[in-house]
Structure formats: C-alpha cells, structure tokens
Design a protein around this ligand. Structure first.
Ligand SMILES: *Cc1c(COP(=O)(O)O)cnc(C)c1O
Length: 403
C-alpha cells in the first residue's frame, strides 16, 4: 500500500491514537513537496488557475484558501491539532489570548446581554470586560469562583455567557466545571473556560461539559517565551460567529506564530509533567518551612479543593503561591534574595518566575478589592519552569534565609 499525500491529506493514520501522537501529528496536511516538518506558509494570499476557480473559492463553492486573514495552511494545522487535543469539533487561532476572549464575546453577545465572570481572572480580562465590553452595552457581574450558590444567584434573564479560569491565578482556586456547566445550561447560558494554566494535558473542559475553551497559547502551549497567540475551541455551530468576527475584524494568528506553537505542542505533555513534578516537590517543601505561613497548590492535601482537583485535573500545574511570615517587606526581601529565578510577572516558560502579585499583577486593584480576592501583601507567586528542582530549591532557600 502506498501513502498518498498529493491531495493535501496527511499520510499518517490517526484513527484512535493517543494524546501524545495527536500532539505531534494531528492537522498536518503534507504538500506535494513531501516535507516531514510542518510547513510554514508565509503568504498573505493565494492564486487560482482561472477566473472561474477564483470565483468559486470566493463564493465558498470549493474549499481552499482565499486570504490569510481567513485561512492559512500553517494556522489551520495548529487549529486542527488543538481541536484534536481539546476534543473539540473546531478550533480557531487568534493573535493573543486576549483576542480569543474578545472574539468569544464579540461573536456570541450583543448589547444588552449579561455575562458572569469569575472574580479572580487575568488582569487584562477584567479590563476588557469592565472598560470596553461595558462601553458597548454588555452587562458584567463578577462571582466568587468556588461558590456554586453565588453563581446560581447571579443569573439574570439575559445572562448569555459564564467565563471562568480554573484553577485561578494566583490562589489556585477551582470550580467544579461539570456542575457549573449544568447550572449554565439550565439557564440557556454557555460556559467558557480559560484553560491556560492546565492546558489540555491536565484538564479537558469540553469533556467536563463546558461549551467553549480558550487559551493564551503565549503561556504553556509555546512554553518557551517566544510568541503571543491564542485559540478558541468548541462545537462547530458555536464557532461560526466567533470565526466570522475574527475573519472580519482580523485579530487572527500569524502563520509564523502558528508554526512556533506547533513545535510547542509536540513537547507539551512532557513539559507539563516536568512542571507539575517540580511544582509538587517545591510546594511540599515550602509547606514545611517555618517562615512560610501558607502554600496555595491544589496538589497539596491541605488545599481545600484537593479532591476536586484530583477528579477534574490529571495534574496540578506549574503555579505555586505562598505567604511568608511578615508583610510586603518580607515578601520583597524573599524575592530580592533569589539569584536564579526571574523576577517577572510572566508564566508558562522554561524559566521559573517569581512575582509579588499585590504590587504587580494585582497592583491596580483597590486595597478592598485585593483583600476580597485574598491577595495578601505577604503573598508570592512562583511559576515553576524546567530547571533542575535542586537548584530551584536552593534559590528559594536563599529567599527563606533572608527573612
Ligand atoms: C496571559 C493570560 C491571558 C492573556 O493572554 P495573552 O496571550 O497575553 O493575550 C489570558 N488568560 C490567562 C489565564 C493568562 O494567563
């Protein structure tokens, strides 16, 4: 039997294969050149054999590319690979994680609709909802992530979408995604989960009942700090308007970034397992230190939602937050005493990062809002990278010694 790829089909048989195989091979449409790697199509437009073929493509009568704001073969490979990994009918790539959120709301909501957002979401997500979506008549309310009764109470007749991050940043709170999806569906609303912290390696929100999953691919999907990107994945029927908005407005993914993310996906599971193993070891070690008042990591039995995390996720992620004894001054002294770990607010990198949420990522919140969110001045957030865990422990020990 020969393998035919001239028709743009993949030559591998992916029927029933496992996650790691999909992560390496799904979505590749090999060109007649027979390239083994994923081809990078740096082209803005496409040519046709005749005026009639151009007309048929533009009319959508025959499949094929028209313009790279609409489709691009490299971006399509990334979209099909993510869809395979998330178990989605369709995925569409975006210029950034924020563009993924923008596309969901612009595609699925109209002025007068109501959206419920979990209280502890990414800072720019709050700004997008508070400052911009509200300006266009979308109503927004915030709900404590873990409190299912509060979600029930927050519904209005016009509630259209629920938007959550689980686990949350930086305190690693969870929501029972299956239960929240049931609550949303009983009120004809849709649940969107930002799966950035877990990636499809550790959590599959669609399988749990969520309607749409979004990512900042900038974080673990790249995982190596190189490119910005995002993705929205869900059922094909829901994606029509999301895709329509992206194609029209244009915050789509560049083919070069898609190519980088394809490389990232190939190693995603290996990297996530390494992140999780080091994060678990360091969380357990930090919890034993007398200078550490509290550790927030769902992999610890002391975490109030440890059982839910074990049920809902297949690992606990790379982000470990902890409070030191003493306030802001002690936290800053700890951070400044480290020598290896990068002092930066970014995360999802091979390099471990350390940040003081109260004065950086959450610094713009009022003191009251910060207190309500549980972000104390003594809180430090780590995003564990891929360095040797012995070296990371030694660096954190420098921080402890400075207290
Ligand atoms: C970084 C991040 C975003 C935004 O993604 P960008 O790619 O920076 O636009 C959204 N959600 C979460 C959870 C993030 O960490």
């Amino acid at each position: 039997m020969t393998r035919d790829w001239d028709a743009g089909r993949l030559d591998s048989d992916l029927e029933g294969v496992a996650f790691d195989t999909l992560a390496v091979r799904a979505g590749q449409h090999r060109s007649p050149e027979g390239e083994h790697g994923d081809a990078l199509f740096l082209t803005s437009s496409y040519v046709y054999r005749s005026a009639a073929e151009a007309a048929a493509r533009f009319a959508g009568e025959v499949p094929g590319n028209v313009y790279s704001r609409y489709t691009n073969p490299t971006v399509r490979t990334f979209e099909e690979r993510i869809a395979a990994l998330e178990g989605a009918e369709q995925a569409v790539a975006t210029a950034s994680g924020m563009a993924a959120i923008l596309a969901c709301v612009m595609g699925l909501c109209s002025a007068g609709d109501h959206v419920l957002v979990s209280r502890s979401v990414f800072g720019a997500t709050v700004t997008l909802f508070e400052k911009y979506f509200k300006r266009f008549g979308i109503q927004v309310d915030y709900v404590p992530l873990t409190d299912l009764d509060a979600w029930q109470r927050a519904f209005k007749v016009n509630t259209k979408l629920l938007f959550v991050e689980s686990p949350s940043n930086p305190l690693a709170e969870l929501v029972d995604i299956a239960a929240l999806a049931d609550i949303a569906h009983a009120r004809s609303a849709q649940l969107i989960v930002d799966n950035c912290f877990c990636t499809p390696v550790l959590q599959k929100p669609l399988a749990l009942g969520a309607d749409i999953v979004i990512h900042s691919a900038t974080k673990f999907i790249d995982g190596q700090g190189r490119c910005l990107g995002g993705v929205v994945a869900g059922r094909a029927a829901q994606m029509i308007e999301v895709v329509g908005f992206l194609r029209t407005a244009g915050p789509t993914m560049s083919p070069f970034n898609a190519w980088v993310f394809l490389k990232g996906l190939e190693t995603l599971r290996l990297r996530m397992l390494a992140h999780c193993a080091s994060a678990q070891a360091l969380a357990e070690w930090l919890e034993q230190q007398p200078q550490v008042a509290k550790v927030y990591y769902a992999g610890l039995p002391s975490h109030p939602q440890h059982e839910l995390a074990k049920r809902q996720q297949s690992g606990f992620g790379a982000v470990v937050s902890f409070e030191v004894v003493g306030g802001k001054e002690a936290a800053w002294r700890f951070i400044d005493a480290t020598r290896l770990i990068s002092i930066t607010a970014n995360l999802g990198d091979t390099k471990t990062t350390i940040t003081h949420p109260a004065t950086t990522t959450h610094g713009r919140l009022s003191v009251e809002d910060r207190a309500a969110a549980g972000i104390r001045d003594s809180l430090i957030r780590l995003a564990i990278g891929l360095e040797d865990v012995v070296d990371l422990k030694a660096d954190l020990a420098r921080g402890l010694a400075a207290l």
